[in-house]
Design a binder for this molecule. Structure first.
Ligand SMILES: Cc1cc2nc3c(=O)[nH]c(=O)nc-3n(C[C@H](O)[C@H](O)[C@H](O)COP(=O)(O)O)c2cc1C
Length: 189
């Protein structure tokens, strides 16, 4: 079964991404074929990158890096639930990516971006693509951009607009396909 980590990239205590990521996690569990682990970047609470050596060496001086490495390493695939701040992705998320290197490589990722305004965070997702490419992550062909997310959060959690379940299913299908292709490849020696 594909081990899928749903990473909520926001760190604000009042993040509207948290209930959204919870909804994505539930949908991924319902999709089938995934063993889903929710990951909240606020709980991971990484400092700014403080490793003396490049991540590509895999030599980590700090326990927080070793813990983050083990968590990311244990995934076969990801969904990133990604807010847009000032027309881009967030600094804490870029920092969390930069902490590691090989742990990301060759793994599929589905992008669910969101924003307060009408873009749904699509510019942040676009800005992230070269970063994903650099660390060897494989973005799914389909992605989702959800506008006006703060207005979709109620006491019962995230209220998915009509059609969003289908769109997310498409992203999860793409991730599952890429993960199956990766699993079928001979292991690198
Ligand atoms: C620092 C900051 C900058 C933002 N910049 C934008 C923006 O450029 N465009 C937009 O549509 N929304 C913007 N927003 C609104 C967020 O996209 C929206 O509130 C989203 O829900 C934030 O995610 P979070 O609640 O998980 O932190 C910004 C919010 C913050 C905190």
């Amino acid at each position: 079964m594909t081990r899928l980590h749903v990473i909520s990239a926001a760190t604000r205590p009042t993040s509207s991404g948290r209930p959204l990521a919870q909804w994505v996690t539930e949908q991924a569990r319902a999709h089938g074929g995934f063993e889903v682990t929710p990951v909240d970047l606020a709980e991971i609470a990484l400092p700014f990158l403080d490793e003396p050596e490049y991540a590509s060496t895999g030599n980590y001086a700090h326990q927080h890096t070793r813990d983050w490495s083990a968590l990311v390493d244990s995934a076969d695939a990801f969904v990133f639930v990604l807010p847009m701040y000032n027309a881009g992705f967030t600094a804490p998320f870029k920092n969390a990516i930069d902490f590691l290197y090989r742990e990301w490589a060759g793994k599929p990722v589905g992008i669910v971006s969101y924003s307060g305004g009408p873009s749904g965070g699509a510019p942040a997702a676009e800005m992230l693509k070269p970063v994903l490419n650099r660390v060897g992550l494989l973005p799914a062909e389909r992605s989702i951009a959800i506008p006006g997310v703060p207005g979709l959060i109620g006491p019962e959690g995230f209220r998915a607009p009509e059609g969003l379940v289908g769109e997310l299913t498409g992203v999860l299908d793409d991730v599952a396909t890429l993960a199956a292709q990766r699993a079928a490849e001979p292991a690198a020696v």
